[in-house]
Write a protein that binds this ligand. Structure first.
Ligand code: NAP
Ligand code: F7E
Length: 341
């Protein structure tokens, strides 16, 4: 019988790539979707017609219990979150509820539905395996570079704090109940399906608009911040490998290479033969109350234990996103919700 996966955050970037990957692996894939008329569900269905939808919300414990009871999953991937860092200052309490407490509600739904009691559960094969989408934002003001599974956390936003809560809670349910519960500490990963508010997509869309004569400038915040950017399609494979591993462990997932926002901008403009300095305007209002200056992964544990390696390079990623946005805008599509390449 096919393995069954339940994915929260199915309408997001990672949900779509993970669903594609699991369908290719022969899984029956269910996505948890919220709201009664969520337009992002229609977008997801257009791309992924084989995904089954179950209604539920990370804010609603009962709905998660019902979803787990209905789907009877072998694996649960908790990707649902408020994931845009600046929004976490504007709506800190909501971020704590969805991104932090949502993890507790999902773990409780699994615990209750599988009858797991303190001191250990019935055995590895009867268990629902749980993946938590932890983030490099937990490292925040970094104490060492590169960051490993053992690097201390110093989150710099309500988002990072909420993720740290979810991370420790996942560890705690593993230790308290013997659950197969793991966290992937993923560094920034991007794609043509990335939300338009994140810097890589903002840049690829901005470059495409300028190239097509639809805009004359691109306003950005801190150009000096450095990130370890990889391709989302590579990273979802690591999530799956973590849940199929022999033992439940946490892993850092990234490329091990760091680039600044300035380098990102240079690469994206030069991909269409333009000089970025003629178009980019820096805007103080786009700076954050507390910045994460740099993040760089040491993904050695994932390479050695899971055999995972990223395939797409930074330059290939930037070119892929710019080309995709040029096509999207040339077709007259609305990059916010019309279609997903
Ligand atoms: P994303 O595109 O922003 O997707 C977020 C998803 O969460 C959407 O499907 C959204 O559904 C869902 N969601 C929001 N509020 C919810 C609620 N109350 N109940 C249920 N679902 C809710 O994020 P992503 O880039 O795919 O990232 C996936 C996960 O990995 C997130 O947890 C993110 O924090 C984490 N992460 C991402 C990165 C990265 O670089 N991409 C790195 C590390 C960790 P709606 O469509 O209904 O809003
Ligand atoms: O910012 C700088 C900004 O919003 C990256 C999420 O997926 O990855 C993501 O979080 C950097 C920051 O991603 C603009 O100050 C400059 O230093 O693309 P971002 P993020 O905050 O790193 C982590 C791992 C997650 O877990 C999150 O969910 O770029 N930056 N100018 C800008 N950023 C934005 N958004 N817009 C600008 O105009």
């Amino acid at each position: 019988m096919a393995r069954r996966a339940l994915i929260t955050g199915i309408t997001g970037q990672d949900g779509s790539y993970l669903a594609e990957h699991l369908l290719e692996q022969g899984y029956e894939v269910w996505g948890l979707a919220r709201g009664q008329a969520n337009p992002r569900v229609s977008r997801m269905r257009r791309l992924l017609s084989d995904v089954r939808v179950v209604r539920g919300d990370l804010l609603d414990q009962g709905s998660l219990i019902s979803a787990v009871e209905r789907v009877q999953p072998d694996e649960v991937y908790n990707l649902g979150a408020i994931s845009f860092v600046p929004m976490s200052w504007e709506q800190a309490e909501l971020t704590a509820e969805v991104t932090g407490m949502g993890v507790l509600r999902m773990l409780e739904a699994i615990r209750v539905c599988s009858g797991v009691s303190r001191g250990g559960s019935s055995g590895p094969d009867g268990q629902i395996r749980f993946y938590q989408a932890s983030s490099s934002e937990m490292f925040g003001q970094v104490s060492e570079t590169p960051q490993t599974e053992r690097t201390a956390f110093h989150p710099r936003s309500p988002y990072g704090v909420a993720k740290a809560y979810g991370h420790f809670l996942t560890q705690n349910y593993r230790e308290s109940y013997g659950m197969f519960a793991v966290s992937g500490i993923l560094f920034n990963h991007e794609s043509p399906r990335r939300g338009a508010e994140f810097v890589t997509r903002k840049v690829s869309l901005g470059v495409a608009r300028i190239k097509l004569g639809l805009a004359t400038e691109l306003r950005l915040g801190n150009l000096e911040a450095r990130r370890d950017w990889g391709f989302a399609g590579d990273y979802v494979k690591a999530m799956h490998l973590m849940l199929r591993a022999a033992a439940p462990e946490d892993y850092v997932i990234g490329t091990g290479r760091m680039k600044s926002v300035r380098e990102l901008v240079e690469a994206a403009f030069s991909a269409v033969g333009l000089d970025w300095e003629r178009y980019v305007v820096t805007d103080q209002t786009l700076h954050r109350p507390a910045e994460v200056d740099l993040l760089c992964a040491d993904p050695k544990k994932a390479r050695v234990q899971l055999g995972w390696e990223p395939r797409v390079s930074f330059d290939e990623l930037v070119a892929m996103m710019v080309e995709s946005d040029l096509r999207l805008l040339a077709d007259g599509a609305d990059p916010h919700d019309d279609s997903w390449p």
